[in-house]
Design a protein around this ligand. Structure first.
Ligand code: SAH
Length: 366
């Protein structure tokens, strides 16, 4: 294990620190602001005991604002073509083994129709950065969904585009946009991405999206290669500044056809701790228990809900393309992860005292 990974390891043998860590958790809950070094100490100094303390607080806050409701989003992974070469991602342009596909407008609308019947009132269109979907084509798809299902929220997650493009898509009827900042620190960002991509540009996109009136979601991978506790502290400071309506985080999981094939995955333990911290920092935020969390542990998403998450995003993509949208190895796409298995998901949530809700589930953080 190199030093940088070691930095992310939880403190397991310093009960003397627990008092200080709990005091930091109290301060976070009260002030919703910590300094960079306080964030770093809090993240580095965590232990099973302080995590339990954090999750209790996070759950209470989540229940105060959202009760025991779990919002569902129908995820439509409509293209796995991508112009980018992110070192961690399985659908990167230079992966010759990725079997490429893109869904037609009709196929996307069929997914929505199916999802609407199942009870979904938010559709999330996610894909690689695929030039085939020009502003005109994508706006046409968005406008068709908007007119056929006026009571539904439309979320886009299609990466970095121009401000003008975001404006056109917003006008066509998109309500929300998910664009994880991935990591705030520019030198860490550079170790995860090719030189053509920059942290500054990605962040600029987020500010543009916000100004254009989107409900904005950002987020980061937990345990990505070379990540330090300081990097995570910076991510928390960025969340404080941006004040997004949604935050998506999940563990980094290696994909065998990428430069990071041999890097260790992020842990369930740290991901849950970060979820709890985000709930305290942004009490009303929409916080998914992500597919990646469900992939690294069979009950990962339930544990995510119990750490403060309040959203799950089952897969609505057509069955035959699901295994082609492989961002990382062993990505879940069947079982309770699949939209058609909502009943299974409902039972899993009921088993921990929560219930799946049919509604748009807008953020209270406006
Ligand atoms: N092209 C879109 C969608 C990217 S896929 C965009 O640029 O926003 C959605 C998210 O999956 C990414 O933001 C990234 O955080 C996550 N992801 C990609 N590869 C991953 C991996 N190997 N492990 C865990 N998460 C990964």
């Amino acid at each position: 294990m190199n030093m940088e990974t070691a930095n992310l390891t939880a403190n397991t043998n310093a009960p003397a620190d627990a008092g200080r860590i709990k005091a930091l958790i109290d301060k976070l809950e009260q002030d919703r602001s910590l300094t960079r070094s306080e964030w770093t100490d809090l993240i580095r100094g965590r232990s099973p005991e302080t995590a339990g303390y954090l999750f209790d607080r996070a759950r209470k806050i989540r229940i105060r604002h959202y009760g025991h409701d779990v919002y569902i989003r129908g995820l439509i992974e409509f293209t796995n073509y991508c112009r980018n070469n992110c070192y961690y991602c399985g659908i990167r342009k230079s992966n010759p083994n990725a079997e490429r596909y893109r869904l037609s407008k009709e196929e996307i609308l069929d997914c929505c129709a199916h999802g609407y019947e199942l009870g979904f009132r938010t559709f999330v269109l996610q894909g690689g950065e695929d030039g085939w979907y020009t502003d005109e084509r994508l706006a046409d798809i968005v406008a068709s969904i908007r007119s056929r299902w006026p009571d539904c929220a439309i979320t886009l997650s299609v990466g970095e585009r121009s401000r003008e493009s975001y404006r056109i898509l917003r006008e066509a009827g998109a309500d929300r946009y998910l664009l994880r900042h991935e990591t705030y620190d520019s030198s860490h960002y550079q170790r995860l991405h090719p030189p053509a991509l920059s942290a500054a540009h990605r962040q600029e996109c987020l500010w543009d999206l916000k100004e254009l009136g989107y409900q904005v979601g950002t987020g980061f991978m937990v345990g990505s290669p070379f990540q330090t506790s300081e990097n995570l502290a910076d991510d928390m400071l960025f969340l404080t500044e941006l004040n997004p309506q949604m935050v998506g985080i999940g563990p980094f999981i290696p994909h065998h056809d990428t430069p990071f094939a041999d890097q260790p995955a992020g842990t369930l333990e740290l991901t849950l701790f970060m979820l709890g911290l985000i709930r305290l920092l942004l009490p009303k935020v929409l916080l998914p228990a992500t597919t990646a969390l469900g992939t690294i542990a069979p009950d990962g998403r339930e544990q995510g809900i119990l750490a403060g998450a309040n959203v799950v995003m089952p897969n609505l993509s057509p069955a035959q393309v699901r295994e082609k949208y492989l961002l990382y190895d062993n990505k879940l796409c069947t079982g309770s992860e699949a939209a058609e298995s909502l009943k299974d998901l409902e039972e899993r949530m009921a088993a921990i005292g929560y219930h799946v809700t049919v509604s748009r589930g807008d953020s209270l953080n406006i």
